[in-house]
Design a binder for this molecule. Sequence first.
Ligand code: DGY
Length: 323
Amino acid sequence: MSKPKLLITRRWPKAVEEAAMEHFDVTLNDKDIPLGIEDMRDALKSYDAISPTVTDVLNAKAFKVEDVSCKILCNYGVGYSHIDLPSAQKLGICVTNTPDVLSDCTADIAMTLMLMAARRAGEGERELRAKKWGGWRPTHMIGAKVTGKTLGIIGFGRIGQAMASRGHFGFGMKIKIFSRSQVSAELLERYNAEQFNSVETLLRKSDFVSLHCPGGTSNRHLINASNLAQARPELVLINTARGEVIDEVALANALENKTIKAAGLDVFDGEPNINPNLMTAPNLVMLPHLGSATRETREEMGFRALANCRAFFEGETPMDKVA
Ligand code: DGY
């Protein structure tokens, strides 16, 4: 039997590309640049399976194709807000993602940003490299203490829980949660956590807030000018979820006006373009979407996407089916 035709839209770690070739008739994107919407439409007509990433445009317009041959989108990544699920479902295309394998590394990068923003690490390094450091002094570059403070977490899935674990057990932080669904008593007890039913309350009661909810239209600008106005002036806001969850202009203004203390961002609305307001905002640490960027995790993401794809063509329900 011939192997299913699989398009991998961006380059993967070598070990996973090799594994893919054992089971599929693979096409790689040698240039490793994101596909345009027309390329994606052609791909939907030409391949049995596509493994897209967060950089691919799979909105309703992209799915406006006839004679679709693609049967599964085995997304390389946990977030799938770049895929219009109703359109995929209408065309009978199965969609899977890669949860679990990136929870630790994403929580690690959220901690990295939290510590960097609180302790002014980016600013300190820039001062030193610019040869502007005048030496140690008691009043130099004073930041915010992290240990023992209150950490608010928005979205309490696997990554949110990994963040709670780091904050609570590693830094003795008090954990507060905002989640639309009720967090189980067992989980709340594990982190000695308290759940609030509004983002405003969480912002009012936290020294640090870290975002771990999905992106997409339902969470677009969940953090905005009106609720940022209610935050403590000490607040340090961290986003490793999706750029659109924060109104970036409102965030830049809040930093400029010192409504909040600092922020750390790994994700951006419309990335890789960065809103110019963020470029000039003070007390802001930015990373280029590095949450899952470790060798181990990027390999595991690929193996997980392949496992889903193989299960599908073997007639099973893929373990990470989201639509
Ligand atoms: C994901 O998996 O959704 C990340 O944002 C990409 O690593």
